[in-house]
Every structure is written in structure tokens, then in C-alpha cells.
Design a protein around this ligand. Structure first.
Ligand SMILES: [Zn+2]
Ligand SMILES: [Zn+2]
Length: 432
């Protein structure tokens, strides 16, 4: 082995030992913090208490903190001499899900949502594990300043679940009012990986997401007189089936894409031909061109189906694209390889697993979409008991997924690995 590489490895294993001992000291208070956050979840755009808590924690860890950056966004800056700038991100928000885990610290919170409906709230995406790992990382980096050099920008981002928060923080001047990052990293809970492990996906890791609503109009009337009506239920049914050919017949094989019609609503009674049906779709893709292709194909098919039903010009269906759009997350391969090496030195290379991309969404991607083209790496954090993961694999039964009311990460070991992995990654990227 070359002397340089040897000293690098010896250096990183020394750092790993120090990180490990700081994490051990901090773990009990981090688990307490986790349970508090878990029992007090807040919906997207309503993260008041959560943001205040994260701001307080970052301040106590010695960071310079700014609040209310793009809504409830929190920015903490830790300067430690000359060197690169690394951004570390956690998200703050929870979901309208009624928790069913039976955990003693389970959320029983009920609030009114933006439409005035009563909803239960739960950290069903594990953002509380993210926040706790993030706070642990802030504390560890502060205590281990002799191990690294540069600047760390730690951000608590609101409204991830509505894929709005990253854009809000960027628009509020995240890259101009604060040190501009050279690289950005984040972690996300995995619902099917064992705690103590980390997963890495190089390249596209999460998908473009578009929500589309199709308003199929008709000419309503008596159910016994279809010849005098234009039935939107029949037309909507034909549209649903015709849309299935986009992925199967139009998109290039091997190029991932999903078109799902998740909701269909129309009609009131058996003997009335209604005058409207609404379809709600989610579209997933990785490439920009495929994303456009899906939208174009939907518009073409919807129009052609309506024409074949002889719809009058003023009753043509509308295809509405929602603002809640997420851009695919591209994990820069070089950064992933670096992060993999540093995390591997901390938790054991055998515990860093190569994962496959999935078609969920994350607005962490937005930090890499500005003109600065900041390289990104978001890695998966295992949260489940290894025996449970092994048994599920053997039986072929899926474990409760993210967003499920039954998703239950095991706090202590998940947070411990989260802090060790994230801290080691940052120290590695900012090593002296
Ligand atoms: Zn989520
Ligand atoms: Zn999430």
C-alpha cells in the first residue's frame, strides 16, 4: 500500500473512533429529543415548533443560526478556518397519517389541515430520525473541530412532503446570503434496510414527479337516453385504458417511467349520465425528455379519445399540470464514492450497501438544480431490526413502507448510525 493511502486510512479510522465516542456520549439525549419530535409532528408549512427546536439545538451546538429562511427554514453555519463549504440538510415536516405503531412515544396529534379538515399527524417518513441525526452531527462536528477545516452549512428545510421547501429556501437566498456550498449531503430513512447499515445509489436515485388532473367533460342527461348525451364515464374509462399504452408502447424499454391513475370521480346516481369525471394521475420518470414525453402523450391521447367520442369543441377535456412537481434526484457518482469511503471507514465497508434507484421523490434534488450545479449525495439510512429485515426477505413479505401508519424505525441504533455516517462524511469531505 502506498504510504499516502495508508496514512489516509489510519487517519480516517482514528477520526472514526473519535466520532464514535462523541456519538456514544450524545446518544441518550438524542433519543430523548427524537421521542419529543416524534410525539409532536407538524404538517408541511406549519413547522413552527419543530423549526424553533432545531434552531435552538444548532445554537447550543455552537452554530450561527438564522431562522425563517423561506418560511420555517433554519440555517446554521459552523466556520472552522479556510476550506470548502459542505451543506448538510434535514427536513422538518410530517404527514397527515394516523399513527398505528403502538410505540409508547407514538403521536396522537390531531390538527386542522389547510382545507379545514381534521387530520392526524405522524412522522411517517422518518424526518424525526433525520433531524435527530442532524443535531447529533452538529454537536459532533462542533466537538471535533480539530479533525476538519472549512465551513459547514446545516439547514432545516420545511415542506419537503409538498416538494416546496427547497425552492423556498433557495429563493430566500440560501446560496447568496450564506456561504455557497461546494457539495451537499443528506440522509433519508429506509424502511427495509437493517439499522447499522447505509445504502448508496449512484446517479439517478429518485424520480421526477408530476401530478396531473384530467377533467373529462360530458353532456349529462337521463340514464335511459344515452343517444341524447355524451357520457364522460365511458370516455374517462377509455382514456384510463389508452393511457396504459404510454409506458408499454411509447417509452423506450429500459427507460423507467410510471403513469398511474390514482383517482377517478364522476357521477351521482345510477340513472343519471353525469357531465364531468375527474382523473388524478401521478407521473414518474428520471430523464427530462421522458418527463416531457409523458405529458405530451397524455395530452395527445386525451384529445384523440374525446374526438373519437365526437365531443363538441367546447366540451374537450382539460389536462392540468400541478405546481407540486419534483425533479429527479441525481447523486453525483464521484461524491457518492467519496462519501461511501468515509462512511465505510466509520461503520464498516460491509455495512455500506449499493441500492437500486426508486421512483419516490425528494426535493433535495433542487439544491443541485441552480446555475451552481452543486454536486449532491443523499444516502439511505437503515432503521429496522436486522432479524425483521432478514425474515421479510425470506418470506417475501414487504415491511411497512415510508408514509405507512406502521412505519416504525428503531430509534437508538438508527440515530447512532445516522450521526456516525453523516459526521464521518463531513469530516472526510473537509479533512485537513
Ligand atoms: Zn415522505
Ligand atoms: Zn421523506
Amino acid at each position: 500500500m502506498k504510504p499516502f493511502l495508508l496514512s489516509l486510512l489510519v487517519g480516517s479510522s482514528l477520526a472514526a473512533a473519535e466520532v464514535s465516542s462523541v456519538v456514544k456520549q450524545e446518544l441518550p439525549s438524542l433519543v430523548t429529543l427524537y421521542k419529543e419530535l416524534h410525539a409532536n409532528p407538524e404538517l408541511s408549512l406549519h413547522e413552527t415548533e419543530t423549526a424553533a427546536c432545531i434552531a435552538k439545538e444548532l445554537r447550543e451546538a455552537g452554530l450561527e443560526v438564522t431562522e425563517n429562511v423561506g418560511g420555517h427554514g433554519v440555517v446554521g453555519v459552523l466556520k472552522n478556518g479556510d476550506g470548502p463549504v459542505i451543506l448538510v440538510r434535514t427536513d422538518l415536516d410530517a404527514l397527515p397519517v394516523k399513527e398505528q405503531t403502538g410505540a409508547p412515544y407514538a403521536s396522537t396529534k390531531v390538527v386542522k389541515d389547510d382545507l379545514g379538515r381534521e387530520v392526524s399527524v405522524m412522522h411517517a417518513c422518518g424526518h424525526d430520525i433525520h433531524m435527530t441525526s442532524f443535531v447529533g452531527t452538529a454537536r459532533a462536528l462542533s466537538k471535533l473541530k480539530d479533525q476538519w477545516q472549512g465551513t459547514v452549512v446545516m439547514i432545516g428545510q420545511p415542506a419537503e412532503e409538498r416538494v416546496l421547501g427547497a425552492r423556498f429556501m433557495l429563493r430566500a437566498g440560501l446560496f447568496s446570503k450564506f456561504p455557497k456550498p461546494d457539495k451537499a449531503i443528506a440522509l433519508h430513512c429506509s424502511s427495509d434496510m437493517a439499522h447499522g447499515t447505509v445504502g448508496i445509489v449512484e446517479g439517478f436515485a429518485l424520480a421526477n414527479v408530476d401530478s396531473v388532473e384530467i377533467v373529462v367533460k360530458g353532456v349529462g342527461g337521463h340514464g335511459s337516453m344515452p343517444h341524447l348525451c355524451k357520457d364522460p364515464i365511458v370516455l374517462a374509462s377509455q382514456i384510463v385504458l389508452a393511457l396504459q399504452t404510454i409506458v408499454s408502447r411509447e417509452v423506450k424499454p429500459g427507460d423507467p417511467a410510471v403513469v398511474t391513475v390514482g383517482s377517478i370521480h364522476g357521477g351521482t346516481k345510477s340513472n343519471i349520465i353525469s357531465d364531468e369525471v375527474r382523473l388524478q394521475l401521478t407521473l414518474r420518470s428520471y430523464k427530462k425528455e421522458t418527463r416531457q414525453q409523458l405529458v405530451d402523450s397524455i395530452k395527445r391521447i386525451v384529445k384523440a379519445q374525446a374526438e373519437s367520442a365526437n365531443m363538441p369543441a367546447d366540451k374537450m377535456p382539460e389536462v392540468l399540470l400541478s405546481d407540486d412537481r419534483a425533479t429527479a434526484l441525481y447523486n453525483q457518482p464521484e461524491l457518492c464514492q467519496e462519501v461511501r469511503q468515509y462512511i465505510g471507514a466509520a461503520i464498516g465497508a460491509e455495512n455500506v450497501i449499493t441500492r437500486e434507484p426508486v421512483m419516490g421523490a425528494e426535493d433535495f434534488s433542487e439544491y443541485g438544480m441552480t446555475k451552481d450545479k452543486v454536486p449532491l449525495c443523499m444516502f439511505w439510512l437503515g432503521t429496522q431490526p436486522p432479524t425483521v429485515v432478514a425474515a421479510a426477505k425470506e418470506k417475501g413479505t414487504p415491511l411497512p413502507s415510508l408514509h405507512s401508519p406502521y412505519f416504525k424505525p428503531v430509534p437508538e441504533p438508527s440515530i447512532e448510525t445516522g450521526v456516525r455516517a453523516m459526521t464521518s462524511a463531513v469530516i472526510g469531505l473537509l479533512k485537513k
